[in-house]
Design a protein around this ligand. Sequence first.
Ligand code: PLP
Length: 449
Amino acid sequence: MERIDTLVRTDLEHLIHPLHHPQDHRQPIVMVEGRGAMLTDADGREYIDGLSCLWNVNVGHGRAELAQAAAEQMSRLAFVSSYAGTTNIPAIRLAERLCGLSYPNISGVYLTTGGAESNESAFKMARYYWKVQGRPNKVKIISRVHAYHGLTLGAMSATGMAAFHKMFGPLAPDFLQIPAPYAYRWPSNGDVGVEAADALEKAILREGPDTIAAFIAEPVMGAGGVIPPPPAYFPRVREICDRHNVLLIADEVITGFGRTGRWFALGHWNVEPDLVSFAKGVTSAYLPLGGVLASKRVHDAVQEAPADKKFMHAATYSGHPTCCAVALRNLEILQHEGLIERAGPMGRSLLAGLETLRDLEPVGDVRGLGMMCGVELVSDRKTKTPALGLGGRVVQEARSRGLLARIRVGSADPPIGDTICIAPPLMTPEETLDRVVEILRAAIIAATR
Ligand SMILES: Cc1ncc(COP(=O)(O)O)c(C=O)c1O
């Protein structure tokens, strides 16, 4: 085999990575193998996969059944177009299965190959829905500060982190943002859930309800720093959306498929969305797949539209049979191995472990739901001044001790400290979760020294 240092040099010469800056990529880890919750690099070093790679390897690494599902489907029919007039068996079965296991009001699904494309599709479906209803001016999309929705122009415009906009502006028109229900830094002493939901109503009234197509929200904000909502938030958001005829899009790209201890997360608060974007965990990352689940009323708009208003939304790989076959097998694993039920109690025990880090000076907040947790770092606990730069050092120290994690890079405005995000595979053994907490403690101490 070619020497690893030669390969790395070639990488540096030719490969542009997501979030690329050469300085961040001088000594990349070359990963060569994955088993369960562990990854192994080319030098044989093992790491705990503390973020399920990118919050997506829900069933863990090395599942031969998924490789086999792909091989069987590829040998029979690797690909066929799903454009109207042709279909395939794995896509049909997957559509039925997804509608059955998501929210009771869901009746249809459009399949994509990733999260950004799913959100893009959801925005277009929302606009489509209102045009079919004879309300063509309802086009604006409201999202939240700290949100992450993906890299395409629309999804980037809904994303609420300035770093993702800086070199790519201007943003698409008709996207606007409101504050997130971020309890640790909410500016008043009132009920955060109520006040943050009311910010949505104020924005709708200010812009005019006749101009708003949809509100998009991650049930638990992920890449923005793992921000779970207070209990009052989503029920009130649902009421506000209903009152002003605004569709509610749940971006469940991270929270779907068991991450929070349920198939989909808004069930924690008994709320049903109109559209649900998903990706990542649907195949546990073994192949790229995503989609948008549509409630009966949105689905009906597509099904009952006159021919001159047909749903002209086309992606080559929508309904890709091999990706769908892998997804079906992955859903079986999640169900038969009880991984979704397990994520609730295991997540609580992980969060309880992380709570013990509060005795460390830079730990400002610890939060999470299910198997997604965040540890926010501050330079002063009283003033909650964001610690900026510390998170990068903690992640480096953790990596050298065998734990891979990612940070939400903090900012002074809006204030948020570097936040260490932890979201291991749903099957991670309890001893490994304990080890995550031990390593993080050692890494925070070493990085602060
Ligand atoms: C909540 C959320 N939505 C959308 C996306 C974009 O997904 P993708 O990178 O598959 O396009 C992500 C990716 O991390 C995400 O976390």
